[in-house]
Design a protein around this ligand. Structure first.
Ligand SMILES: Cc1cc2nc3c(=O)[nH]c(=O)nc-3n(C[C@H](O)[C@H](O)[C@H](O)COP(=O)(O)OP(=O)(O)OC[C@H]3O[C@@H](n4cnc5c(N)ncnc54)[C@H](O)[C@@H]3O)c2cc1C
Ligand code: FES
Length: 251
């Protein structure tokens, strides 16, 4: 994997919700190499370990990152307005957008941003995005053919569904209109997506999240269980993923 360490100017830093930020970095050397599903590892001043964040979009010499404030590191990151030091693009091949013309994109909460980048590369797509409640909904108007699912049914406009992603996803899979499923979000959601894709014999790729340190396969900190040639092995989310074949991960 080829990657750079660069200090990049923040050209936009805006808030999408109470806790979610949307930043655009100027990275002329990196944006062209980036693939949907890959991520950047960010040095936050005052913190020893870098913070991994998925690439949400790459265009016009810029990378877009959308992140939620979870702890002290992302809180500090949200307050930076000048520039940041990143290592990027990291991860394997990402979602295989060149292999398929169409796909259903399934996002859970803050797993939604990298799917925007995948959508930009696909001829045809539908999106099923799940959130706890309407206050947590982000990027709803940035996706084509979108269904927004909320656990509490508080987002019930034209694109709203009360409940989790399973029912709308199953309808789309049953229609036979889409060649693949790309998903990013919490593990229980990924498990449901993988099972439904298998039921409809549809290829499925999932993006995993594990706590990371180096981000480049050197520290062995981000191990996850996968299956290769019928045997269980340990893979590294940063180097072998974060995108894996849904059939090859043990969720
Ligand atoms: C490949 C990848 C892509 C990601 N993409 C996004 C994204 O697009 N948007 C977004 O909001 N979040 C994303 N995350 C999660 C994000 O990295 C964590 O929320 C963030 O590192 C938390 O840091 P903190 O200092 O705020 O939290 P703290 O809990 O204080 O962090 C303490 C330590 O744990 C690590 N850590 C905590 N939670 C996670 C986590 N879920 N994943 C990895 N390391 C973690 C931190 O990096 C830090 O080293 C991604 C994670 C991975 C692995
Ligand atoms: S984070 Fe170091 S090996 Fe993955």
């Amino acid at each position: 994997m080829e990657f750079f360490q660069k200090r990049c100017d923040i050209v936009i830093n805006r808030q999408l919700s109470d806790t979610v930020y949307d930043i655009w970095l100027r990275c002329p050397e990196i944006y062209r190499m980036a693939k949907p599903g890959q991520f950047v590892n960010i040095a936050v001043p005052g913190f020893f370990l870098r913070r991994p964040i998925s690439i949400c979009e790459a265009a016009e010499e810029r990378l877009r990152l959308v992140f939620e404030v979870r702890g002290a590191g992302t809180k500090a990151l949200s307050q930076i307005t000048d520039n940041i030091d990143i290592i990027a693009p990291l991860g394997n091949r990402g979602f295989e957008v060149d292999k398929y013309k169409s796909a259903v994109l399934v996002g859970g909460g803050i797993g939604t941003p990298p799917l925007k980048f995948a959508q930009n590369k696909l001829e045809k797509s539908a999106a099923v995005l799940g959130f706890r409640s309407k206050e947590n909904v982000i990027m709803a108007d940035e996706f084509r053919n979108v269904t927004i699912c909320t656990d509490d049914g508080s987002y019930l406009n034209y694109s709203g569904h009360h409940g989790n992603i399973s029912e709308p996803l199953e309808k789309l899979l049953a229609s036979g209109e889409y060649e693949a499923v790309f998903a990013c979000g919490p593990k229980p959601m990924l498990k449901a997506v993988v099972n439904l894709a298998e039921k409809y014999n549809t290829p499925c790729e999932v993006s995993l999240e594990e706590r990371m340190a180096c981000g480049v396969g050197a520290c062995l900190g981000c191990a996850c269980k996968t299956v290769k040639d019928g045997s269980e092995i340990y893979s590294h989310v940063c180097k072998d993923g974060p995108v894996f074949d849904g059939k090859a991960v043990i969720l």
